[in-house]
Design a protein around this ligand. Structure first.
Ligand code: B12
Ligand code: SF4
Length: 441
């Protein structure tokens, strides 16, 4: 083959709905970096700020040999719609899918794509691209393909090909180059975020995997085994992020704060390198003590986001959250006492709870002195235990944003929940205003 071009598509189209978290996709960035390292020409087609027409035009002009599309539950319609259009304009290209949904349902996706990659594809997909592009023809490659060379590959094009997923070791992860952020429209990402938060923020991941098993959570890519990246690589990436003009990080790790040793080393190094960057992260209320929280604050941590989920111990047990009201209250007080802002995510209308427990959640959310609260109904994500427990899951459009909408048959009235969420948000906004007035006095 003469050309060696790979197109990586992130099929999310920003709809204008107010959002404070819109980030460049790190997975696409990693694949691009590894491919470029092998001397392959790569174009990232991030659809976030494009129209479908513009995206198709860019792909048509590029004429890739391989087109890889990221698919998660909420993108599946976009991804399949784009695939159909791309096949028309670039019929010669080979089409591959990867990401959470292909990992869970490879057979379903393989009906539309030539190849599907399950799980962490930072090694398998670039290896596959390199071998395909080095082959003398498509038929020569497909006739001789050895699935055991590509962990997690799945295809139906020549009978069923299904190779098991392997998780990358810490060493493999550290050998990966830092994500390639060159192909993204950083100006637009920064404008959007700055307008909402006064910060130019982007996401980063320093560890993969989470050891917990909350019932509503789906983590098909990284699973339960936690692997931390080396701090040298992490800081190489942070310096790269800063060079694009960002001044704030959203640490997207499932559980960044679960290893106190790593967390402390990260904070010490951030203080030492003095990169003038603030950060926020996801955390559990029970994973950090006062000493570490103080260090986090000194290292620029502005806010910690907790999945608090419910104001009732029985419901927390149903969710398999492994936290209780007492721990939540203590955790939030401790972080706030050390000057770190706290945000809480809550789920209301969980199967098995009652109107009383829902009201307890609203009251609890208002009582905690949080800086930010957000409520939603449960989404039975494919891959979660909740998905197996509820029935009548809607197969139609998951592509909605910031909407309170049941995607399965719930015992709770959606309209009532929407109203109660709105009322609680209004009370919260009032509390915040009063706090600002008090602080000014
Ligand atoms: C950051 C993040 C976000 C950010 C931004 C997404 C972004 N642009 O990065 C925000 C906050 C906007 C977000 C929103 C949502 N998210 Co989110 N998000 C994440 C998070 C925490 C990290 C993503 C990440 O950077 N991963 C790191 C990279 C390295 O991994 P990766 O992207 O998976 O890439 C690897 C593989 O998937 C594969 N791969 C990736 N792309 C491709 C492409 C090809 C062609 C191939 C072959 C392979 C491949 O190879 C990569 C390297 O190994 C993940 C959890 C997680 N641990 O991954 C959830 C996660 C992806 N999100 C999830 C969900 C559910 C959502 C929301 C629906 C939440 C909600 N209720 O609103 C929304 C939907 C957004 C939308 N627009 O539709 C789920 C998806 C579950 C599923 N079954 O689909 C996850 C897994 C979290 C969870 N445990 O529930 N999210
Ligand atoms: S919700 Fe958070 S703590 Fe629970 S399993 Fe998922 S990533 Fe882990």
């Amino acid at each position: 083959m003469s050309t060696k071009k790979v197109l990586l598509v992130y099929p999310y189209f920003y709809t204008g709905v107010k959002k404070d978290k819109i980030f460049t996709p790190i997975g696409i960035g990693i694949l691009s970096a590894v491919l470029k390292q092998s001397g392959i020409d790569v174009m990232i087609l991030d659809c976030t700020f494009l129209t479908v027409k513009e995206a198709i035009k860019k792909a048509q002009q590029y004429k890739p040999d391989i087109t890889g599309i990221y698919v998660m539950t909420t993108f599946v319609k976009n991804a399949l719609g784009l695939l159909e259009k791309l096949r028309k304009v670039n019929p010669e290209s080979l089409y591959a899918a990867g990401g959470p949904l292909p990992t869970l349902y490879p057979a379903k996706l393989a009906k539309a794509f030539d190849y599907v990659f399950k799980g962490e594809a930072a090694k398998s997909f670039p290896d596959f691209c390199r071998d395909y592009l080095n082959a003398s023809s498509r038929s020569e490659f497909t006739g001789n393909i050895n699935p055991s060379n590509y962990a997690g590959i799945y295809s139906l094009s020549m009978g069923i090909m299904d190779s098991p997923v392997t998780h990358l070791s810490k060493e493999d992860i550290d050998q990966c180059p830092i994500p390639d952020r060159e192909g993204f429209d950083h100006k637009k990402y920064q404008e959007l975020c700055y307008g909402d938060t006064g910060k130019k923020r982007t996401s980063i991941m320093m560890s993969y995997g989470c050891p917990f098993s909350c019932e509503f959570c789906s983590k098909p890519i990284f699973g339960n085994e936690v692997r931390f990246r080396s701090l040298d690589k992490v800081f190489e990436e942070i310096r790269d992020i800063v060079s694009y003009g960002y001044d704030s990080l959203w640490i997207a790790d499932d559980l960044f704060t679960c290893d106190a040793q790593f967390l402390k080393s990260f904070c010490h190094r951030l203080i030492k390198e003095d990169l003038q960057i603030s950060w926020s992260c996801l955390s559990r209320v029970d994973s950090v003590n006062g000493e570490v929280a103080r260090l986090m604050k000194s290292a620029g941590c502005s806010k910690v986001h907790f999945g608090i989920e419910s104001g009732n111990d029985y419901v927390l047990k149903l969710m398999n959250k492994k936290i209780d009201i007492a721990k939540i209250t203590r955790g939030v007080e401790m972080f706030k006492g050390n000057g770190i802002g706290c945000a809480g995510f809550f789920i209301v209308g969980y199967p098995g709870e009652t109107v009383e427990t829902i009201e307890e959640t609203f009251d609890f959310a208002l009582s905690l002195g949080l800086d930010e609260i957000s409520f939603n109904v449960p989404y039975p994500l494919p891959g979660s235990k909740l998905y197996e427990r509820v029935s009548d899951i809607s197969d139609d459009d998951w592509n909605f944003e910031n909407e309170t909408r049941f995607l399965y048959k719930s015992e709770f009235d959606e309209k009532w929940l929407k109203k109660r969420i709105q009322e609680t948000n209004e009370i919260f906004a009032g509390l915040e205003k009063n706090q600002v007035i008090k602080d000014r006095r």
